[in-house]
Design a protein around this ligand. Structure first.
Ligand SMILES: CCCCCCCC/C=C\CCCCC/C=C/C(=O)SCCNC(=O)CCNC(=O)[C@H](O)C(C)(C)COP(=O)(O)OP(=O)(O)OC[C@H]1O[C@@H](n2cnc3c(N)ncnc32)[C@H](O)[C@@H]1OP(=O)(O)O
Ligand SMILES: Cc1cc2nc3c(=O)[nH]c(=O)nc-3n(C[C@H](O)[C@H](O)[C@H](O)COP(=O)(O)OP(=O)(O)OC[C@H]3O[C@@H](n4cnc5c(N)ncnc54)[C@H](O)[C@@H]3O)c2cc1C
Length: 664
């Protein structure tokens, strides 16, 4: 029934004020109002309609994306939107496009690695989109191993230029988004060569296409790398291939904040750490953590609303069947994902703070927190994207058969989201970076170097090795200090065990390779500890709103106790808890699921997703699922005609043949 709220009863059950929770989710009243206004603006604009994208062919899809990106830019200018509002508008447009890389990586790379002069030269052009840029780092042969890149930038003393060259097939740039068909410029990562000496990988600004006719400049071979996973998904993006055949660029197009090459061809390294060449990745990884909470919240919102609408079994004397959300198995699969979406939101907020702090310190030439920022962004990017990707697939299964329909929104969300586990650093490679950071922190304990930031707990090594949980009742697991201590002891013991095993190897690198699987488990435990701690810290703040804090406390406990239950082997084998304490945690978890149940719909309403952004019939705000599913089926191009194309050509002759055979 049109106009009826089928989920009204569910909404009436809520024990907290959803409008206050919306503000907590958004981060502030300002962020909520901005997000709400821009999401509605996009939803009401016919150009941003997206319900047909999964039936478009690649070329049509790409053209449709260009149209939307151009329209977004037009609206941003017409409405005079600021940077924050413009980012929201592009986010709610919800179709990956070249502009993501232009604003998300090209501009930040120039800001982070360019000198003041270079910024003055390039940023005004980029900010007005008079040039469009991408981030060309990965090659056919190397992605994770950045030091292994093969593209060269050789200094020519005579002409004061760098010569960009792709010496091998494997040195072809491969993957950069926006590169394939649209970018006019790129920040290209290449090995700097001066007088036959290799100075390692540096960033260079290169023009790729003419600003007059958009054709590739001489010496440049460029194109799209082809279809990717899914139908629409990331195929709206022109991930590209690029080869240079001795292409010349002026010397001042090397990004020179970290190191410089003089007119005389002298390499000068400033006081800035060389790792700042990787700074753009740290910036984007931090955004990706926040984005993981958004992606997961969309899937959870769809699965939760649909689970309240869907009924199976349990009818007695003609009464309604049971809502599937009331099945304990459904709750045990769904509610930890709901809790994770909130947990990642707060971890993302904290990471944004950490990133802003490290950026301010860098300006003041304090580089001390850079390793911590790298380890935290790498680790949390890895943890949150893995959980979000698996969580979206779990939400699809939670929606049964209808979850597999394109109109559920879940297949598209999954297909577009899963590369997050790979781009901006493969998740395993990034966890190994965290493990290196942890092993380094442990190796420095004896030299009196007190670990700080997220590794501070390792400084209490002796105490954590002695730790035994004192939980005796299920409710004890609701105490934040009890949870944090157990997670700290588990993470510390896993890392310390790795460090001890590493010390048995004469060559530490051999040991690191041999123990890599254990090391990533230790790194995961450390990252989970960070997320749990940041959730608990959030709850120590003043959180206004009727019942809001109580709901968040429940979700925080679910997040932590679900992890404890899932990784019970770690907690038991490290001796942090006993089997009895493990089963008490599980008992508490069951009770927490029952507490979430009446609030579940309101907790997903608090994400404030518009129906346009969700793009899901199963997740509609009004819960009017069946009539809309039925209506949608008839819109499929296959239903344009009663008899499909090809029937007369291929199937009819078969049927006729059968008939003739039968008559004979
Ligand atoms: C585009 C954003 C739009 C925003 C809006 C939308 C929201 C987001 C949603 C979607 C975004 C979609 C975007 C997709 C676009 C994708 C882009 C890309 O994928 S770009 C390419 C990314 N590539 C990688 O991530 C490569 C992964 N590899 C690496 O990062 C590194 O090489 C490494 C594996 C980490 C390093 O390997 P190695 O050990 O060989 O290290 P070295 O290079 O020798 O360095 C040693 C020391 O340096 C430290 N280190 C390493 N990295 C960093 C860093 N980034 N910052 C600081 N320090 C770093 C390392 O720890 C070593 O330290 P020590 O041990 O010596 O102390
Ligand atoms: C959709 C998408 C968009 C992208 N956009 C861009 C872009 O705009 N610009 C850009 O420059 N790049 C981009 N990339 C490339 C991306 O950054 C790389 O694919 C990513 O960094 C992973 O590197 P790789 O492909 O070399 O994987 P590989 O390193 O080859 O990984 C293959 C396997 O090897 C394992 N492995 C690798 N090294 C180790 C190790 N040391 N120890 C243990 N296991 C290891 C990995 O875990 C993985 O299982 C994009 C990629 C995708 C999928």
């Amino acid at each position: 029934m049109e106009g009826v709220d089928h989920l009204a009863d569910e909404r009436n059950k809520a024990q907290f004020d959803v409008s206050d929770m919306k503000i907590v989710w958004a981060g502030s009243r300002h962020a909520y109002e901005l997000s709400d206004r821009i999401s509605r603006l996009v939803a009401s604009d016919p150009v941003f309609k997206k319900d047909n994208v999964s039936t478009l062919g690649r070329k049509e899809l790409f053209k449709n994306t260009l149209k939307k990106a151009a329209h977004a830019w037009k609206r941003i200018n017409e409405l005079g939107l600021n940077e924050e509002e413009a980012l929201k508008l592009r986010t709610f447009m919800d179709q990956p496009s070249f502009t993501d890389l232009h604003w998300g990586m090209f501009v930040p790379a120039i800001k982070g690695q360019g000198t003041d002069e270079q910024q003055q030269q390039w940023l005004p052009l980029a900010n007005k989109m008079q040039i469009i840029g991408c981030y060309a780092q990965t090659e056919l042969g190397h992605g994770s191993n950045v030091q292994g890149l093969e593209t060269t930038a050789t200094f020519d003393h005579k002409t004061d230029e760098f010569v960009l060259n792709s010496p091998t097939l494997t040195s072809s740039k491969w993957w950069p988004g926006g590169l394939g068909k649209i970018s006019t410029h790129a920040v290209v990562y290449a090995r700097l060569i001066i007088d036959d000496k290799d100075y390692g990988v540096h960033g260079f600004i290169a023009q790729l296409r003419s600003l007059n006719d958009h054709l590739p400049l001489p010496g440049i071979t460029i194109g799209d790398i082809g279809m990717k996973f899914g139908s629409a998904a990331y195929n709206s993006m022109d991930n590209g291939v690029l080869r240079f055949d001795h292409v010349r660029i002026p010397r001042n197009q090397m990004l020179m904040r970290v190191s410089q090459v003089t007119r005389e061809g002298k390499y000068v390294h400033s006081s800035v750490p060389r790792q700042l060449v990787y700074g753009t990745m740290v910036y984007v990884r931090q955004i990706i953590v926040f984005d993981a909470s958004v992606a997961l919240s969309r899937a959870v919102c769809i699965a939760t609303r649909y689970s309240a609408v869907r009924r199976q079994f349990g009818s007695q004397n003609g009464s309604h069947e049971t809502q599937v959300i009331d099945y304990k198995t459904q709750q045990a699969r769904l509610f930890p994902l709901l809790a994770s979406a909130y947990a990642f939101r707060f971890a993302g907020e904290w990471l944004k703070w950490l990133y802003t702090d490290v950026t301010e310190r860098l300006q003041a030439k304090d580089f001390s927190t850079l390793p911590e920022a790298h380890a935290c962004t790498a680790g949390l990017k890895s943890l949150t994207t893995s959980v979000a990707a698996d969580g979206i697939e779990e939400c699809r299964k939670l929606c049964g058969g209808h979850g597999y329909l394109s109109s559920s929104g879940l297949p598209e969300l999954f297909a577009v989201y899963i590369p997050a586990c790979t781009y901006e650093g493969d998740n395993v490679v990034l966890l190994l970076q965290v493990a290196r950071y942890l092993m380094k922190a442990i190796s420095q304990l004896n030299s009196g170097n007190k670990p700080v930031g997220t590794t501070a707990y390792l400084g209490r090594k002796e105490q954590l090795m002695q730790y035994r949980s004192d939980v005796v009742r299920a409710e004890d697991w609701l105490k934040p200090s009890v949870v944090v201590e157990a997670f700290e002891a588990r993470a510390a013991r896993m890392s310390l065990a790795c460090a001890q095993n590493l010390s048995k190897f004469s060559n530490p690198e051999d040991g690191f390779q041999e123990l890599a699987a254990d090391l990533i488990e230790a790194a995961t435990a450390h990252c989970q500890l960070i997320v749990v701690s940041k959730f608990i810290e959030k709850l120590q703040q003043d959180i206004p709103g009727n019942g809001v804090k109580q709901q968040l406390q429940v979700l925080c406990s679910i997040y932590a106790l679900f992890l404890l239950h899932k990784h019970i082997g770690d907690f038991l084998t490290t001796g942090c808890i006993t089997p009895k304490q493990g089963s008490l945690a599980n008992e508490q978890l069951r009770s927490l699921y029952s507490q979430v149940r009446p609030n579940a719909i309101a907790l997903v309403d608090a994400f404030n997703h518009t129906d346009h952004y969700l793009g899901s019939i199963l997740g509609r705000y009004d819960g009017n699922v069946y009539p809309k599913l039925y209506e949608e089926a008839w819109k499929d191009p296959l239903n344009d005609t009663v008899i499909p194309d090809g029937f007369h050509e291929y199937v009819e002759p078969l049927l006729k043949q059968q008939l003739r055979n039968a008559r004979l």
